[in-house]
Design a protein around this ligand. Sequence first.
Ligand SMILES: NC(=O)c1ccc[n+]([C@@H]2O[C@H](COP(=O)([O-])OP(=O)(O)OC[C@H]3O[C@@H](n4cnc5c(N)ncnc54)[C@H](O)[C@@H]3O)[C@@H](O)[C@H]2O)c1
Length: 282
Amino acid sequence: MRVGIVGGGLMGSGIAEVCARSGVDVTVVEADDARAEHAQAAIAHSLARGVKSGKLDEAAREHALERLAFTTRLDDLAGADAAIEAIVEHEGAKRALFHDLDRILPDAAFLASNTSSVPIMKLAAETSRPQRVLGLHFFNPVPVLPLVEVVRSIMTSEEALAEAKAFAGERLGKTCIDSQDRAGFVVNALLVPYILSAVRMFESGFASKEDIDQGMVLGCAHPMGPLALADLVGLDTLLAVSESLYEEFRDPSSVAPALLNRMVEAGLLGRKSGRGFYDHTG
Ligand SMILES: NC(=O)c1ccc[n+]([C@@H]2O[C@H](COP(=O)([O-])OP(=O)(O)OC[C@H]3O[C@@H](n4cnc5c(N)ncnc54)[C@H](O)[C@@H]3O)[C@@H](O)[C@H]2O)c1
């Protein structure tokens, strides 16, 4: 099986790694050479860490690396069995990409998006195969977290859904849950209003960021607090999901606090930019 992963950032490189480790041939498409090299280095580093921690042996690392190819040409996905889109959370860019993927990939391929907030139907509408377009929503870090939300639009066929579930579930070994094509799907519809409450609490001076995070870690046995989690998810992604939730449901719990807007405008995006609520440069 050969899968194209478009976008080799935080999520795309994780998805590519998991696919390659599962014996799938992967072509990662990035925007330019520097980003393609960065994606390649990130995956190599993660695989090496897997060997160091004993989760992977040396032969498995080498086999995974052999299965990975990197390119800047979308046309290199001609002949692939499926594509998973993991580019920036920008509706216009994703729509244009689905239009191109539909032109390039064989009719039998399914086209999946890892989007956190763009309705799958909007992407499907750009293609001539809306019945073969769906969401495969992975979680960060992809090699560690076992969940995939499988999102069906009102046009997705049972057949495509079954194929995508067999791929994510049996092939990649993930646990799949079903979601309707509604903003936030299942997990973010619950999680994002919670993180936004924590941002509001911090913004208003109600409590320090350390106390908010420690409260949820030690009081509720969460593995990390909401502001540390915001940094892990990426503040731009968090903002995009909050906007899509608000647009869909008009619930005040999904309104982005001013502080979140300012931080994104300042480029303080969390771990991926080195600074968010916490400093990650050390
Ligand atoms: N960060 C998370 O925790 C998380 C979780 C689940 C889903 N998602 C979703 O996954 C997607 C990617 O998020 P991310 O956090 O990996 O972002 P990111 O910014 O780390 O990576 C995006 C990558 O896409 C590349 N790119 C942009 N346009 C491209 C194009 N036209 N062709 C090829 N590559 C292109 C960029 O160069 C960048 O490397 C988003 O839709 C996001 O909502 C993110």
